[in-house]
Design a protein around this ligand. Structure first.
Ligand SMILES: [Zn+2]
Length: 123
């Protein structure tokens, strides 16, 4: 007998649940692989994986959101320290799949404007 549910199925189901919750609770949308914009800072670049559709008092936001790992890489940080200690926009808490560890971990999504601001500050 082969198992009817594989680990990949479980991961796909969980990713969909997380994406639905994120939309319901925060109006952030997970993008399909390769659907997002390319986000460049200096010589580093990342794919947009999440977009904010929230309203923060100034109409629809529409900004790309970056995971803390993406933000760290774009900012040239090596450690797992908080890449943006003083965000202007509240980071959005979601669970993300850590492919290195192979499990879902609580993470935060940062607005693109905060990543750019942090980059300028560090220069
Ligand atoms: Zn936003």
């Amino acid at each position: 007998m082969s198992p009817t549910i594989t680990l990949n199925d479980l991961i796909a189901v969980r990713l969909n649940e997380i994406a639905e919750d994120a939309w319901d609770q925060h109006r952030v949308m997970r993008l399909g692989h390769g659907d997002g914009r390319v986000l460049e800072i200096g010589s580093a670049a990342a794919w947009e994986q999440w977009t904010c559709h929230g309203e923060h008092g100034d109409g629809l936001c529409g900004q790309p959101l970056l995971t803390s790992r993406q933000a760290s890489i774009l900012l040239g940080l090596r450690s797992d320290d908080d890449p943006i200690p003083d965000p202007q926009m509240a980071p959005i808490e979601v669970e993300l799949l850590d492919e290195g560890v192979g499990c879902f971990m609580p993470d935060a999504l940062f607005h693109w404007s905060d990543v750019v601001r942090e980059y300028r500050k560090a220069k």
